[in-house]
Design a protein around this ligand. Structure first.
Ligand SMILES: [Zn+2]
Length: 345
């Protein structure tokens, strides 16, 4: 009798666990905010992390909330990182928080004085939304996204750069440090882009890097003297793919297989960056949220890999889905019914 009960319990446990453990992919939505940034990460256990929240106003908040609630089925956003204080990143926070609850906020430090490249109304709206309770991230910090469960592949979200400081460094200054034979510095970037948070997500063997709007001189310090991030599978191209970022020294160090450019119709996905990416020996695909209408077709990726081809668009997103074992992933443009599978490196 006792044996029977034990056996029944074991069978029941197996059944229950079977349903609970239905393998889910790790999903990364590159939401179209037309030249801003909004990257929504949803783990296999349904924990969510939004990196940047698009421009102020209703359009971007509505697009992010739509993807979070209707497409993914989220009830809340657990974590929200604002990489830096420019309006195309922090602007959407207040409106979005009215559409879906956001639980925890992270940034590189709320500014005490408003610099010329920030808008006071966006900073104030952020402070109101977070009720002054955001966490300041520094290099080396981790954001805990899911409880450790033996059956799940390890998932790690690590801060690589923040406040102008790169992992392993003590100070943000000087910004320009001569390193490497190929490095030609650009004039010091005094904007908040240089302070951007950069994040490396690791899921088993799979690696994804989102460097926010980091710029040329800081990017060089990520790659020299040490390749801090190392090779990745997917690279969210820095700063919407503008040429004042995407220093080839860093892009070559990241050596991505897939690049995703969160560009707008007239912002980002510039020809120099496109050339840098195209020249990588190991690159397999370049995706763009928007066709760059200012450059000819030869400086844009293949049409199938562009989510939004026209200026008047529906704001279609790009979806990266990593298999539960981390060994392969799919990148798709659902609105185009186009998807392609890649092997993790
Ligand atoms: Zn930006």
């Amino acid at each position: 009798m006792r044996k029977l009960i034990i056996r029944a319990t074991v069978i029941c446990l197996l059944c229950c666990c079977g349903t609970l453990a239905a393998p889910r992919t790790l999903d990364v939505y590159f939401i179209d905010v037309e030249g801003g940034a909004a990257t929504l990460i949803v783990t296999p256990t349904g924990q969510s992390l939004l990196i940047d929240a698009g421009f102020p106003g209703d359009r971007d908040a509505a697009r992010i909330a739509h993807v979070a609630r209707e497409v993914d089925g989220l009830k809340q956003i657990n974590h929200c990182v604002i990489t830096h204080w420019h309006r195309d990143h922090v602007g959407g926070v207040a409106a979005l928080s009215k559409l879906i609850p956001i639980r925890n906020f992270y940034d590189h430090g709320v500014p005490q004085t408003i610099a010329a490249d920030m808008q006071v109304e966006n900073i104030e709206a952020y402070k109101l939304t977070t009720q002054g309770k955001s966490v300041t991230l520094t290099p080396g910090n981790e954001i805990k996204l899911q409880n450790l469960r033996k059956s799940l592949l390890p998932l790690n979200v690590r801060v690589i750069a923040a406040g102008g400081v790169v992992l392993g460094e003590r100070s943000a200054t000087p910004q320009i440090r001569q390193c490497g034979e190929d490095f030609q510095s650009k004039p010091e970037d005094t904007s908040d882009n240089a302070n951007s948070i950069g994040i490396l997500l690791t899921f088993g063997r799979f690696k994804f890097f989102d460097g926010g709007d980091l710029t040329w001189n800081v990017e060089n310090r990520l790659a020299c003297p040490k390749n801090i991030v190392g090779p990745v599978d997917v690279y969210q191209v820095d700063h919407h793919g503008v040429d004042s970022s995407n220093n080839p020294v860093l892009v070559r160090a990241l050596d991505p297989r897939v690049a995703v450019i969160d560009s707008g119709p007239r912002k980002g996905a510039e020809a120099g960056t496109f050339a840098t990416l195209s020249k990588l020996a190991g690159i397999e695909a370049i995706y763009q949220l928007h066709r760059n209408l200012r450059t000819p077709d030869r400086d844009n990726t293949t049409v199938a890999y562009i989510a939004n081809e026209e200026e008047q668009c529906q704001g279609d997103f790009i979806l990266l889905s990593v298999e539960p074992d981390g060994k392969s992933y799919k990148v798709s443009i659902p609105a185009k019914h186009f998807s392609r599978r890649f092997e993790t490196r």
